[in-house]
Design a protein around this ligand. Structure first.
Ligand code: ATP
Ligand code: MG
Length: 265
């Protein structure tokens, strides 16, 4: 289906800022909460369904918020409110209809909405991680290689990468007999844990997380909650969506309800 999910690169001029709808629940502790990592200004999203008579689907309007290092902002709102769409916009994957998103990359803010693709890729490589529900499996690449890969890409020695990758897979209770196998045949929950291990073995300065625990049992869910807290304590800025209320409450330092930004009819 051809839909307007936002193709890059597209420049959107910035507008002036105004803040609203930020509910502070608890401050992050032990970290520098002053470093803004994400600054969203006047973001709106409307999908246009080109193959269905150009029907326009407004999702949200005038979204403004910031996320600092050491915070975990949890996106709330009913199914279909636009949580996943907002996360994809933050990742530079969907193009917003209007607005700007400053991502602090290498110490300075860069608007990911108007950035050229090469810059977007560099931001993703060094600053912005996305944890989805699903592992992208590549034939013949083992679970251990998948988890080792980001460490090697960032300059770890093979020994160090292997050690840390194994420790992370063990923490997530992936049976050792699976480590040297390619995850294509793994169960949903096993694949999800490999995906989480890859994302958290070396957390990015910003982590965008969309329902990472959907297929996990309570024990492994708790491990993920712990990994998110550790990333935050190390200074990562987290924006996440969690289906499970207990997980939401354990993770959040702050909530943002997307329903508040629904365009007035
Ligand atoms: N690529 C797309 N093209 C057209 N419409 C889309 C697209 N992605 C999302 N939408 C629409 O935008 C709205 C918000 O969807 P989104 O997936 O962001 O919601 P959500 O809050 O994540 O919901 P859920 O809790 O069910 O995951 C929905 O009405 C959906 O149909
Ligand atoms: Mg969603």
């Amino acid at each position: 289906m051809f839909m307007d999910s936002g193709l890059r690169p597209v420049a959107c001029p910035g507008k002036t800022a105004s803040f609203r709808h930020i509910l502070v629940t608890a401050p992050a502790q032990g970290t520098d909460t002053m470093t803004t990592m994400i600054h969203v200004e006047n973001v709106a999203k409307e999908f246009t369904l080109h193959n269905q008579g150009g029907v326009r689907l407004p999702v949200f309007d005038n979204v403004n918020f910031s996320v600092a290092a050491g915070e975990a902002l949890v996106l709330a709102g009913a199914s279909g409110a636009g949580k996943s769409s907002l996360l994809r916009i933050l990742y530079g994957n969907y193009r917003p209809t209007s607005g700007t998103i400053a991502i602090t990359h290498g110490g300075r803010p860069i608007d990911i909405v108007s950035a050229v693709p090469r810059t977007v890729l560099d931001i993703r490589r060094r600053t912005l991680g996305f944890v989805s529900q699903f592992l992208r499996v590549i034939p013949r690449v083992t679970a251990l290689d998948i988890v080792r890969d980001p460490l090697l890409a960032r300059g770890a020695t093979p020994e160090e990468a292997s050690e840390r990758a194994k420790a992370m897979l063990a923490r997530l209770n992936l049976p050792q007999r699976l480590w040297e196998l390619a995850p294509a045949t793994f169960s949903g929950g096993e694949q999800q844990r490999v995906n989480i291990a890859r994302s958290f073995v070396d957390p990015s300065p910003i982590m965008l997380i969309d329902e990472p625990t959907a297929s996990l049992d309570a024990n492994n869910r708790n491990v993920v909650v712990r990994l998110i807290a550790e990333a935050r304590e190390q200074g990562s800025a987290i924006v996440g969506i969690f289906h499970d209320e207990a997980v939401r409450e354990a993770v959040a330092t702050r909530y943002l309800d997307i329903t508040d930004f629904r365009k007035a009819a």
